[in-house]
Design a protein around this ligand. Structure first.
Ligand code: FES
Length: 109
């Protein structure tokens, strides 16, 4: 079981912990874990950018590089992308990602 720690904003020091299985996308885990800040309107087909998250180090550096399609779609995120922005539907979880910490943007719209 993989645990992911989700932080709503800078004031959220406690965060919420969700669980996931290897092979599941981070977006699916967030939706299943009732993380309202991940809307995921397109269901993971890389056409909405409403699954935008920011991944903290050291996990960011361990992720596979984003594709050109993810990179392009991130430009359409409602909140300006950060250096550690990713689209959570494109992150397939592995056991090595256990303990990952992510931040949510202020809005997905
Ligand atoms: S869920 Fe739509 S781009 Fe990720």
């Amino acid at each position: 079981m993989i645990q992911i720690h989700v932080f709503e904003n800078a004031q959220d020091t406690q965060g919420k912990t969700i669980t996931a299985k290897a092979g599941q996308s981070l977006m699916k885990a967030a939706v299943a874990g009732d993380i309202d800040g991940v809307a995921a309107d397109c269901g993971g087909t890389l056409t909405c950018a409403t699954c935008h998250v920011m991944v903290r180090e050291p996990w960011l550096g361990q992720l596979p590089a984003m594709t050109d399609d993810e990179d392009g779609m991130l430009d359409f995120a409602a909140c300006a992308r950060q250096a550690n922005s990713r689209l959570s539907c494109q992150i397939i979880l592995t056991d090595a990602m256990d303990g990952m910490q992510i931040d949510l943007p202020a809005s997905q719209y």
